[in-house]
Design a protein around this ligand. Structure first.
Ligand code: PFF
Length: 509
């Protein structure tokens, strides 16, 4: 268990990787719609409050746990308290589920980058997506495989596993140092082009026109905390893992501020690009922006193709820029989430990197390839995504915060640890944010989504399907996490957090 941990080459490398993980599909296809739907310009206020009172404090918490305890989530939590390792295994199981379906969306986007060149979707992008391309069948057992999705999916996995096999510095860091600046450059070109489209102003007007009344609406606040939470990749254990490879003297709080603001800046940029484009579409078809605004799969794979086909010049290029941006944003996030699982298994078994990547990464790839490039793949993805986010990520984060802040009362020691090496000192507000604001908001989010779950079936699916693919997967992740944590660790862990003396706390559990 005491192999030397690999370290990042530079602080910039770590930051690029952290930003690469945070900037994902959620920034491009989720933020614009959530902002629009929850008060537009006025949403930015709850959004900023959520960033400062929960997002950045949680980022600092994850960085500090990873840095102080020097391990992937199961090892780091176990070092925090002998019995807390189960929290880490739960996160690992959740990461397996997310990685398996997230990869498929990247594969679709890669194919669509190709389709953009000749606008292969013809004049009915929806029929093309669901019929020709995905060949969607009824929700249920797998009925057939879709080769047009299968081979790009295999390619995505080969690429991601190759990067991971090269290691933290030569693989993850180098990939992010290349891809993140490229993503920003491509996306800037896209946004500038979008701003010159007819109707761009109407789109921006629709996005940013503030509906101040929204601020007094509780659901708008829940949406703001929800968006910040997903968008920053907190609660996955990713940031614990990435921070475990930091040098002893690293600026934790400063890095969290940089990563948090970089992620939000990209998100707002995406909002501008997407709504300028939607404004063009609304103008071209003579309807209101409200009628074309949507998020997720529908935005990227139906609305955007329609828009691309409407462009009179540079349509192919516009499409390629958009879909390649999605691919890059997705791949850098996928790398981070698979690394959590690989690193956890390495910490647990002492396995070297290459065999760990091949067995663990290969295993996840196999699950992904068996389940998702199928006629049922879209249904599985839709339901698994909804349930694993709400009752996996959010629930696990809620439990982690309660355990760390209230059951174990470790916030003072962690705050002291972060303050030892950080340029920005954490004040008492950090403990208030994590001990009070964050659990209240996460609890409220959970309550709100549970209420909706029982009001109507998610996505109109049958009870049986939701039970198997939704609740089954979310509860399954918890059960697998508990089972994994039951295997006794063989050797005694003699690790002692480095600055124990200075903190002077009763650290050993
Ligand atoms: N912040 C990421 C996003 O916006 O898409 C969240 C994420 C999802 C990270 C899936 C990693 C991942 F595999």
């Amino acid at each position: 268990m005491h192999r030397e941990r690999e370290q990042w080459g530079t602080r910039a490398g770590f930051l690029m990787a952290a930003v690469g993980s945070a900037v994902g599909l959620g920034n491009i296809w989720r933020f614009p719609y959530v902002a629009y739907d929850n008060g537009g310009g006025a949403f930015l206020l709850p959004y900023l409050v959520a960033l400062l009172t929960a997002g950045i404090p949680l980022l600092v918490l994850e960085y500090t746990i990873g840095h102080r305890y020097h391990g992937s989530p199961p090892l780091a939590f176990r070092r925090l308290h002998r019995r807390a390792g189960v929290l880490g295994w739960w996160q690992v199981a959740i990461c397996v589920v997310i990685a398996a379906y997230y990869a498929v969306i990247i594969a679709w986007a890669a194919r669509y980058a190709g389709f953009s060149v000749g606008q292969d979707w013809g004049d009915d992008p929806e029929a093309f997506l669901l019929g020709d391309f995905l060949q969607v069948g009824d929700a249920g057992w797998i009925t057939s495989y879709v080769s047009g999705v299968l081979w790009p999916l295999v390619a995505v996995w080969v690429f991601v596993l190759a990067v991971l096999a090269l290691g933290v510095r030569r693989g993850i860091e180098r990939a992010n140092r290349f891809f993140i600046p490229l993503l920003v450059a491509l996306f800037l070109v896209l946004v500038v082009r979008a701003l010159f489209l007819d109707g761009a102003a109407q789109g921006l007007e629709a996005l940013f026109a503030p509906d101040w009344g929204a601020i007094t609406d509780g659901t708008v606040w829940v949406a703001a905390y929800g968006q910040i939470f997903f968008s920053l990749s907190v609660g996955f254990g990713i940031m614990i893992t990435y921070a475990s490879h930091l040098h002893r003297r690293s600026d934790l709080t400063g890095s969290a501020l940089v990563a948090g603001f970089a992620n939000s800046s990209f998100e707002i940029l995406a909002g501008i690009g997407v709504f300028a484009t939607l404004g063009f579409m609304a103008t071209a078809s003579g309807v209101a922006v409200a009628d074309v605004a949507q998020s997720g799969v529908g935005l990227a794979f139906i609305a955007f193709p329609e828009i691309i086909s409407t462009l009179t010049s540079g349509a192919g290029l516009f499409g390629v820029l958009f879909f390649v941006s999605l691919v890059i944003a997705g791949v850098t996030s996928l790398i981070s989430i698979v690394q959590v699982v690989v690193s956890a298994v390495q910490d647990r078994t002492g396995m070297a990197r290459l065999p760990a990547v091949l067995t663990v990464g290969g295993g996840i790839a196999l699950i992904s390839i068996v389940l998702f490039p199928t006629a049922q793949g879209l249904h599985y993805l839709d339901v698994a995504d909804h349930f694993i986010n709400q009752y996996g990520i959010v629930l696990a984060a809620f439990v982690v915060v309660l355990v760390v802040a209230w059951a174990l009362r470790r916030l003072p020691a962690l705050r002291a640890h972060a303050n030892l090496t950080s340029t920005v000192r954490l004040g008492a507000w950090w403990q208030v944010a994590l001990g009070l604001v964050t659990p209240v908001m996460l609890g409220w989010m959970l309550w709100d989504s549970l209420r909706q779950e029982f009001e109507e079936n998610y996505g109109g699916y049958s009870d049986g399907f939701l039970l198997a693919v939704g609740w089954g997967v979310a509860i399954g992740a918890l059960v697998v996490g508990v089972l994994l944590s039951l295997f006794p660790w063989r050797d005694r862990d003699t690790f002692v957090p480095a600055e124990l003396e200075t903190v002077g706390g009763r650290e050993r559990a």
